[in-house]
Design a binder for this molecule. Sequence first.
Ligand SMILES: [Zn+2]
Length: 73
Amino acid sequence: MKVSCPTCQAQVEWSTANQYRPFCSERCKLIDLGEWADESHRIAGEPDRQQIENMSDEELMEMMAKMQVPPKK
Ligand SMILES: [Zn+2]
C-alpha cells in the first residue's frame, strides 16, 4: 500500500519498516511537526515552508531546536 507523504506528497510505501510513516523521511516528519509551532510562533523574518524544505538537515534540526516551546498549561 502506498500513501502520499503529508509534507512533500511523495509516494511512500506504508510498511512497518518505515518508521516515519506516513511521512517519507524523518525530515518530512520534523517539518510537519513544526507546523503547529509555525502557526502560533510565527514572527517576521522566520523562514517560510519553502525555505524550510530547502534547508540542509543540519539547519533544519537547528531550527527545530529553536522552535521548541514549553508545553501549554
Ligand atoms: Zn516527504
